[in-house]
Design a protein around this ligand. Sequence first.
Ligand SMILES: NC(=O)c1ccc[n+]([C@@H]2O[C@H](COP(=O)([O-])OP(=O)(O)OC[C@H]3O[C@@H](n4cnc5c(N)ncnc54)[C@H](OP(=O)(O)O)[C@@H]3O)[C@@H](O)[C@H]2O)c1
Length: 351
Amino acid sequence: MSASTPRLAWGILGTGAIAHTFAKALAKSRTGKLVAAGSRTQESADKFAKEFGGVTAHGSYEKLLADPAVQVVYISAPHPQHAEWCIKASQAKKHILCEKPLTMNHAEAMVVVEAVRENGVFLMEAFMYRCHPQIARLIELIRSGVIGQVGVIRATFSFRAPYNAESRLFKNELGGGGILDVGCYALSYSRLIAGVAQGLPFANPTKITGFAQLHPEAGTDLYAVASAEFSGGIFAQLAAGVGLHQGICVRIFGTEGSIELPTPFGLGEGNSTSIFLTRAGVAQPEEIVIKTNEPLYALEADAVGDALAQGRLESPHVTVADSLGNMAALDAWRTSAGLVYESEKPVVKER
Ligand SMILES: NC(=O)c1ccc[n+]([C@@H]2O[C@H](COP(=O)([O-])OP(=O)(O)OC[C@H]3O[C@@H](n4cnc5c(N)ncnc54)[C@H](OP(=O)(O)O)[C@@H]3O)[C@@H](O)[C@H]2O)c1
């Protein structure tokens, strides 16, 4: 971007934890600037605006969407609010970066996609890890055939947070549970690699069998595992959790070697990250170091900025079809594991 190119004007919807992380990183992006923040309360919007400076504070999400200075909205509310605010943002003709998971389920995601198409706005699900150069390098390695034909992918994103009935990590009406919160990452990673291994941008599993341990009161999953089958003889073992530490790691096994990614998702800001490549018959893995000076979420904001500058309404990093595939696969995992949110259950009327 040249010095004279105007920066893309961002509005942040919701002023919680990830909104702060994103706003801080946005200040270091090549293409964007924060111009407004919207909160359910004026007090929280004011506090956020004061923290970041030069930002208009809106005491409602509607006011944020009505702000003519805002070109693109970052939706950082809890998952059950994503569909509603994506639809409203698209109707307000704002481009959208929406936090993961795109929606609660595939049916909601279809409605969102229809709305963005109808209104001609950009949509990307905020899988920030896809925008890091580590992924580009990993794709090159898989395509080069250095590990041969990919057979098995193991992707885990699982931590243990102390149980809190009011937290969005556990609460049923806030879309709590590990499958949606972090299983979406593991699944999207495996779908990416299964696709790349077959010369495709991503692949959708043909079958998923999953299990989940539900919290007895919240009814949301504390931890979960799944096996996914893809075409081409590729299988994925997935694990997710907000109530059990299973670690965070991706490993890819091929006929000629394997790849380990100890930091597949939460990549460090301005730090280096490493891919470990083990060739068949060689005991010691080779460390491939990847460096970037841009914070991860700035890379994500720039992926949006770059796509819009090229006149695109999707980003090649996370296409709409990719997000729809991920939502369908998450539905399959949840169905197999017996996890249905209260909001998804049919309403039975008393006679
Ligand atoms: N990409 C990543 O690295 C990453 C990391 C963490 C989370 N996330 C995603 O980002 C979203 C938000 O996560 P978070 O950890 O930032 O959550 P959080 O700290 O609880 O913040 C969520 C914000 O959403 C707004 N909100 C709207 N309706 C709400 C409701 N009914 N209850 C509570 N808050 C409500 C609130 O902002 P106002 O009060 O200002 O309206 C709140 O501060 C989730 O979908 C999550 O999956 C992504």
